[in-house]
Design a protein around this ligand. Sequence first.
Ligand SMILES: Cc1ncc(COP(=O)(O)OP(=O)(O)O)c(N)n1
Ligand SMILES: Cc1nc(C(=O)O)sc1CCOP(=O)(O)O
Ligand SMILES: [Mg+2]
Length: 241
Amino acid sequence: MLHIGRLHLITDTRPGRDPLAVVDAALSVAGPELVVQVRVEDDTDDRTAYELAVEVARRCAAVGASCLVNDRLHLALAIGAAGGHVGARDLPVDAARRVLGPAAVLGATARDPRTGTAAVEAGASYLGVGPCHATSTKDGLPAPIGPEGIRRVASAVPVPVIAIGGITPERVPALLAAGAYGVAVVGAVSGAADPAQATAALLTALTANPPPPQPKWGTSPGWDPRRGSPLSGRGAGADGW
Ligand SMILES: Cc1ncc(COP(=O)(O)OP(=O)(O)O)c(N)n1
Ligand SMILES: Cc1nc(C(=O)O)sc1CCOP(=O)(O)O
Ligand SMILES: [Mg+2]
């Protein structure tokens, strides 16, 4: 089974931010424990996104941390990232899996058990589930689902759940108790006066609350290349798999 880190730092590329300085600070504290997800604004051109992703991947590689790319899977492939993350308006999970291949980490956004189960069946390695709490980082999200929303999804799927949206160290214990394996943050680190100290506080909250053993994760169907492509006419159920 793939190893997936428990603390995901998502880059903040809004005007006035310095995503690489924040990544450097977080990596200096978390090292290989950290997953950095490269996420850029929708109107950022691919060249700019690529240049940021190259720098993030280089920094991650230097300390053994993982780098994922949000949405733009061609960039994930181009920079040799560990994988990518997709949501409802991105490539469907099965298509994303075909792009990235069977060995990659593939995250998918889910807000309820039905979507989460479908994403796992389609090949997701982990689920990003939220928004757990109100966030000022992203507009247009549905109402927060809280720890109870995490519990509903986590109890339904055989893959790690990464809680997202308004995460702070103080909120971590309730989310882990609800079944989250880890957390993804933007503002808690990027908006902090001291991003290194903020990273340390999140790591402390996570390690003080280790996840319970999850034998069910080993049973995840993950991605089965025998499913073929929708374009090939082959697929789960079509010939009895
Ligand atoms: C860990 C994690 N969870 C959820 C998301 C959100 O992805 P998505 O719904 O595709 O929205 P955008 O981030 O693309 O705006 C995420 N990126 N990471
Ligand atoms: C990018 C993103 N996706 C979300 C979702 O719920 O799908 S919440 C979110 C932003 C998270 O930022 P912060 O840690 O500052 O709240
Ligand atoms: Mg997306």
